[in-house]
Design a binder for this molecule. Structure first.
Ligand SMILES: Cc1cc2nc3c(=O)[nH]c(=O)nc-3n(C[C@H](O)[C@H](O)[C@H](O)COP(=O)(O)OP(=O)(O)OC[C@H]3O[C@@H](n4cnc5c(N)ncnc54)[C@H](O)[C@@H]3O)c2cc1C
Length: 394
């Protein structure tokens, strides 16, 4: 008699999600990245495949249909996507942060957001953060908009600048000063579905880099937000930004930088092998020790960033007294490394890179986004030094 077959459900693993990410990067992202960059076109196909693969629910609990994985899987998947297309990786990163903010909703909002988390896990819902405002610029922790009471809910009017996935996300995690907040950081986080009346994309996105991620401004014109879509208690938005969003944002932007660096090293290596001085009978790499030395420095810096990311993951998995410092340092360092590695590649690859015959110049442009995304590299240095000196950060 044949023995009965038992189907034991397979728990998601880092290897499993990495193989999904690699497959999407190779089949969907890589072939379209150059054209999407040129056209400034948001890749709805990428989001579709990320949704179908389950990767949009990477960090959501398995009982909600998510993969229930942690920061290591998030960093690995994001870096892998960024190697093929940093624009899509940034869309993914902002979505994972949005999902984390929704998951952390206050108890009175959990019933209302449960179907949204289910839709994310099922791959049908893309979220993003709408924190930055044109009034407070990169100081996103101090929104200038203020929510107004409307029964048990609020009304919000705000000028949100640079919202990744603007016009393509199904929900926006919006910060605004709470109605009775006394200080500049007394903000609250709200969930606004894309169809909220008064919410509109208020301009085009035509950036130097990350051109295919639709980081356009969003206008909120007297948007009504019911109490069940208020994600944090009044005035607790800042705390959620610091504790839920910032650690993953630092890790995710560092992972995007790592993907950019890895792709740059690979592209530069291929160029040094394939481009030839025919009159000397040698490839560029064989011919010029100075180029070899610069390539080696790029590789050393890239592996250094990888080690730094591993260290931050360890800190996030087992928080200790140095975790806040690592969160601040890692994003600052990653921005610098990505700019340095891609700048060196532009020099090594010469006119071929300059005249856009290679992906190096796209990587160079994309690499500059991380450092200007808030908290910017300058602000992170300021915070790091203040933390070392025992001074208050805000
Ligand atoms: C591609 C891209 C995607 C983005 N996506 C999103 C998103 O999804 N959601 C969102 O909310 N925002 C997003 N942003 C916005 C981003 O986080 C910043 O708010 C924005 O880039 C700030 O630009 P700014 O010109 O207003 O900077 P400014 O505030 O004008 O800064 C100008 C310069 O001053 C420096 N500076 C500012 N304050 C200090 C300080 N205290 N100490 C030292 N130096 C300082 C800065 O480092 C910078 O060099 C995105 C930005 C980009 C470029």
């Amino acid at each position: 008699m044949a023995s009965p077959e038992f189907h034991i459900p397979q728990l998601p693993t880092n290897d499993m999600v990495m193989s999904k990410a690699r497959d999407i990067a190779n089949r969907v992202l890589g072939p379209a990245a150059a054209q999407n960059d040129k056209a400034g076109r948001f890749s709805t196909e990428a989001v579709k495949f990320l949704g179908e693969s389950g990767l949009l629910g990477l960090m959501l609990p398995t009982e909600m249909g998510g993969f229930g994985l942690g920061p290591r899987a998030f960093a690995n998947v994001t870096a892998t996507l960024a190697e093929a297309d940093a624009s899509v990786a940034m869309v993914y990163l902002m979505h994972v942060l949005g999902a984390a903010a929704i998951l952390a909703a206050r108890p009175s909002a959990t019933a209302a957001v449960r179907p949204i988390l289910g839709a994310i896990a099922a791959g049908r819902h893309l979220s993003t953060l709408a924190f930055s405002e044109s009034g407070s610029r990169s100081h996103f922790w101090s929104p200038v908009s203020r929510a107004r009471r409307n029964g048990s809910g609020v009304h919000i009017s705000a000028k949100k600048s640079w919202v990744t996935s603007a016009g393509f996300a199904q929900s926006y995690i919006v910060s605004s000063l709470s109605p009775e907040g006394a200080g500049p950081t007394d903000s609250t986080l709200y969930l606004l579905p894309a169809e909220t009346r008064g919410l509109s994309v208020a301009g085009a996105w035509d950036g130097l880099g990350l051109r295919a991620n639709a980081s356009a401004p969003i206008a909120l014109d007297d948007c009504e937000v019911p109490a069940h879509f208020q994600l944090t208690e009044d005035g607790a938005g800042f705390e959620a930004m610091q504790n839920v969003v910032l650690p993953l944002f630092s890790l995710g932007t560092a992972a995007v930088a790592l993907g950019i660096c890895r792709a740059t090293v690979a592209g530069t290596t291929a160029h040094l092998k394939n481009a030839r001085f025919e009159h000397l009978g040698q490839s560029l790499g064989e011919s010029l020790p100075t180029l070899r030395a610069q390539l080696a420095t790029m590789q050393i810096d890239t592996d250094g960033l990888s080690a730094r990311i591993d260290d931050l993951i360890d800190h996030l998995e087992r928080p200790c007294e140095t975790t806040v410092l690592r969160v601040l340092e890692t994003k600052a360092a990653a921005g610098d490394v990505a700019i340095n590695v891609t700048s060196t590649a532009m020099r090594i690859c010469g006119g071929a890179a300059f005249s856009k015959h290679m992906s190096i110049e796209r990587l160079f442009r994309d690499a500059h986004a991380g450092a200007v995304m808030a908290p910017t590299g300058d602000v992170l240095r300021e915070f790091t030094a203040k933390a070392l000196l025992g001074m208050p950060l805000f």
